[in-house]
Every structure is written in C-alpha cells, then in structure tokens.
Design a protein. Structure first.
Length: 70
C-alpha cells in the first residue's frame, strides 16, 4: 500500500521487530512504519492485552499521521 502512496503501518511484537524490518527492507520499503507490541503476550490477562491494544492504537494513529504528512 505504501508503494501506491497510501499510508501503511505493520504491527510486530518485540520478538519479531528485527525480522519485520528486514522483511520490509527486502520488499523495497525499508521506511515502513512498524508499531511494536510487547512479547510475549499469550500469558497476559485480558485487561493487560486491552492496555497493550490501546497503546498500539495510539502508536498506529501517530505512525499513519506521520506517513501521510511525510
């Protein structure tokens, strides 16, 4: 989508951020914004996951707005 001029963001957990950046670079989009969530989250309570999701939504909005203005 970013190659088409549309704002794009991907989401990775901290365990996969290096892989996410490498993949974006390999696909020709090294500057792809990545929102990061803590890893692991499988043992987190529902409330903890909701808090992570709330923060991630804020990060996604910020990254999309930056991508649109840049």
């Amino acid at each position: 989508m970013a190659k088409r001029g549309l704002a794009a963001v991907t989401i990775c957990s901290t365990a996969f951020i290096m892989l996410g950046r490498a993949q974006a670079s390999a696909l020709g989009n090294a500057s792809l914004p990545i929102a990061v969530v803590p890893h692991p989250f499988g043992l987190s309570s529902r409330d903890e996951v909701r808090q992570m999701a709330d923060k991630c939504v804020d990060d996604i909005v910020k990254l999309v707005c930056e991508a649109k203005s840049g």
